[in-house]
Design a protein around this ligand. Sequence first.
Ligand SMILES: [Zn+2]
Length: 522
Amino acid sequence: MMKNWIIALLLVPTFHSCVIAQHQDPAQLKYADLMTEETAKKHLTLLASPEFEGRGTGQKGGEKTAHYLAEQFKSYGLKAPVNGDYFQPVNLVKVSYQVQRFVVNGTAYENGTDFFIQGDNKQATYEADDIVFVGYGIQDKKHNDLAGVDIRDKVVLVINEGEPKDANGNSIVTGSKKMSEWASSRFKRVQELLKRNPKTILATGDYVDQNMARFGKRLVGGRFSLDDGNNAVSGTTQAPVVNISSRLANELLAKRQTSLEQQKNTPSTFTIPTKVDAEMGITKEKFADPNVLGLLEGSDLKDEIVVVVGHYDHDGILPDGTFFPGADDNGSGTVGVMELARVFAKAKEDGQGPRRSLLFIGLAAEEKGLLGSKFYVENPIFPIENTVACINMDMIGRIDDKHLNGNHNYIHAIGLDKLSSELKQITETANHTYTQMELDYMYDDPKDPMRLYYRSDHYNFAEKGIPSAFFFSGLHPHYHTPEDTVDKIDFPMMVKREKLVFHVAWEIANRDKRLPVDSNKE
Ligand SMILES: [Zn+2]
């Protein structure tokens, strides 16, 4: 090992000095070198700090980040291209299941802690003075928990797993060790109960405790989409299923001097006097987190636009205060966009500005399904036909699992020649001339199971026929966890990757001919 390393040291400088130096453009070198670890660290430490609360969509931290970006763009002297504004509001809706209250016998219980809900009902109130316990809720010839029981408009409590067994441990329904469908299907008994029109079902079992331990508050999140202008709140009149913890179920059963354990062995059916007062259902909230746009106007080819993007949103903060710093995802790419904007603007100030225009965009709501970029390409500020390329930085600050014990001097380059063979040539030349990293193309394999080309913002541009590049440092164990923190960023490599993107953008913005669309690879 040591020997090869020494040979490499001897050979590399010679190679650099005689082959590469003669092709380097001093202007490009000068402005690339203005991007520093110090600046990157300053921005990223702030963006990943508790103050920015994980930059969540529809949250204070996301709004704060958008303003920070706009301030930076302004300070670099970029134009505000959205009717004089840096913000392009992205109209979003969040559909989620909200529990206004869930009170049993005067005690308020909490969604995600004491129960979680499967339901798609409109907001409604659910009141009762008693609940009907129906054992396993099985309705079979061999064992029928519902015989002679009317549950219409009642609150029903059911054990939603397992089934009654005989002394030999055989299922009473099948007469053998084989589970009946009542036990093997996760939904059967609840579906059959719903056919009898109860008011609501309280379902319980170990699975509830396990799910809550594993997912906690994440069981109560909502789903974002672009606002289609339809104001109607979706939702049915179907009874919701409230999956309650075994602790809460035992509290209810205690009123009749019994417990889940007892009822699992010898299930019976009875009424429990219990005051229930709940209000819950689907709600629709609107948000308008903005894409943040800054324009650096070009010279003789200024009508042609090169778009440089990175999403600024991340997973935000949970009600319990846990936040997702997202230093790599995508604080790093957001900083990349700011840094390129800053040095290109400086070049222009010095009379070395690009021929084509550069549009820098901090994109909103990527983590919610590439929504900011989707909105931009559907509502472009500059014509899509004049948009010559999209360059996306999404996670450029780490060393991934693949390279951790090997070469750290690398970058994943994704999608380069899917639409334009020249985008790949340009990137390879820029890398050869200036940055000399390993360009890892593993994710371009259409058989790669990660399908990363389709999983970040550039893809919405590519779908419009715009040659697009995705620069990425790869996956790591802290991806989408609260551990994606700034101390784990490899700043020398992050800045080197910014430099490669800078040289690629410089070439695309300054060459005589716009990038041809001459390829159509899967
Ligand atoms: Zn992400």
